[in-house]
Design a protein around this ligand. Structure first.
Ligand SMILES: O=C(O)C1=C[C@@H](OP(=O)(O)O)[C@@H](O)[C@H](O)C1
Ligand SMILES: C=C(OP(=O)(O)O)C(=O)O
Length: 438
């Protein structure tokens, strides 16, 4: 493909001239912020979110809840320090219109909330949102008593005809295409008349830590949740009906968005400190401590945060990423620069993410001279010397950050539409150049 190197939509990915040595303050977690917004909106009293992520996905979530009548005031926190949002729950209203963009959390977590509204709520979004699976949520809500108009494809666009309340009760869901089906039903479950019992019937279940995040956050606002881990049946979660508390919650940094910065230390043999790395978390990004260590780095959790140090060597890895699928693009980028091949497994469902991530990674790394093949459930990556070129992002924030990691080691990589990082990390280009000291 002919490349227009002067195209302003092509961001010249900075090439690292030495080992990075930086402290990077990573903004709040998308997954925690959007769960916190939903739970605060469903609570019986006001609550605070401190250090929320302000990005496309979280602003879409806030906008959607506002459209249904919830008050969300953006400002500083109760003690006057740092950004904080005050959430003022109210009777959920329809008619309303929700733009989900391409946010899985918005398109899956909000239809159950809309079923509690007192009128119709119309859901629409980016073209890609029409292709991402929603059948688990739509079918389950119908079983639980909701009326939904859709075009029969099990996807957006659709209208949920909120009836002011929902029966709830037991429901079976095949969540093998997205853990968010389970999280969605559990989050609103305390507000259903009979609560909810979700039974996953599929053969595989991706992103289980994200379901644990849902359960932990529900419990933190007073919900009673029984889980497979708490002695319940495998693949069954039960939420008892009850009121939710309004809390004052500080949002953890987004550990999946810390990934490119940790990868920078790995790739350049440098050192990166991520302040406020939680000592205990359900975020999948915490697995990077282990994965990037196996790939050649080392890390220490200190009072200052996580210190990750590269050794100069990058090793290939054979790893099942089913629990932590959203880390795949960044791991693939590092693997393409490694000294031995890698096999990334357990992530067939990535074909249904922001883009088909397995196809996109294969194509873009190979166009820079790489040797990547798709498998049924992942990628084989055989490192080869790469050359510069345009790295297309397919409106996928994690493709853009993966391309930036490759650009550290490969001259003249240009990222098409780096602005797509705004989905979860609007300041990415500035944080990246700041890390590099340029
Ligand atoms: O619940 C969440 O916050 C998420 C769950 C996961 O979705 P899938 O289970 O669809 O992979 C993850 O990939 C996504 O980035 C965020
Ligand atoms: C899969 C992702 O997002 P979403 O919440 O839109 O599913 C992701 O952020 O990697």
């Amino acid at each position: 493909m002919a490349q227009n190197l002067a195209d302003p939509a092509l961001w010249p990915a900075p090439h690292a001239h030495g080992a990075v040595d930086a402290t990077v303050h990573v903004p709040g977690s998308k997954s925690v912020t959007n769960r916190a917004l939903v739970l605060a909106a469903l609570a019986s009293e006001p609550g605070w979110l401190r250090r929320p992520l302000r990005s496309r996905d979280t602003l879409l979530m806030a906008g959607a809840l506002r459209a249904m009548g919830v008050g969300i005031e953006e400002g500083v926190g109760p003690d006057g320090t740092g950004e904080a949002w005050r959430v003022l729950p109210a009777g959920l209203r329809g008619p309303a219109t929700v733009d989900v963009g391409n946010a899985g959390t918005v398109m899956r977590f909000l239809p159950p909330v809309a079923a509690l509204a007192d009128g119709p709520v119309r859901f629409d979004g980016d073209p890609r949102s029409y292709e991402r699976p929603l059948n688990g949520v739509i079918d389950a809500l119908r079983v639980l008593g909701a009326r939904i108009d859709d075009d029969g494809r099990g996807a957006l666009p659709l209208t949920v005809h909120g009836g002011g309340a929902l029966d709830g009760g037991p429901v079976e869901v095949d969540a093998s295409s997205s853990s968010q089906f389970v999280s969605a039903l559990l989050l609103s479950g305390p507000r259903f008349n009979q609560g909810v019992e979700v039974r996953h019937t599929g053969a595989t279940l991706p992103s289980v830590p994200h379901i644990r995040m849902t359960v932990d956050m529900l419990r933190a606002v007073g919900a009673q949740v029984d889980t497979p881990e708490s002695g319940g049946e495998p693949n069954v979660w039960r939420v008892t009906p009850g009121a939710l508390l309004g809390r004052d919650l500080t949002i953890e940094p987004d550990l999946s968005n810390a990934q490119p910065f940790l990868a920078a230390a790995l790739v350049t043999g440098g050192k990166v400190l991520i302040p406020d790395w939680p000592s205990r978390t359900t975020q999948p990004g915490d697995r990077l401590r282990e994965i990037f260590t196996e790939m050649g780095g080392s890390c220490a959790l200190t009072d200052q945060g996580l210190v990750f140090t590269g050794s100069g060597a990058i090793h290939g890895i054979d790893v099942d990423l089913g629990d932590v699928g959203e880390l795949t693009p960044g791991i693939a980028a590092a693997a393409a620069l490694a000294d031995s091949p890698s096999t990334l497994r357990g992530v067939a469902h990535l074909r249904l993410h922001e883009t088909d991530r397995l196809a996109a990674l294969t194509k873009e790394i190979n166009e820079l001279g790489g040797d990547v093949t798709e498998t049924a459930d992942g990628l084989h990556i055989r490192p080869r010397p790469l050359h510069g070129g345009v790295f297309h992002t397919y409106e996928d924030h994690r493709m853009a950050t993966a391309g930036a990691v490759i650009g550290l080691a490969v001259k003249d990589v240009r990222i098409e539409n780096v602005a797509t990082t705004a989905k979860t990390l609007p300041d990415f280009p500035e944080l990246w150049t700041g890390m590099l000291g340029s």
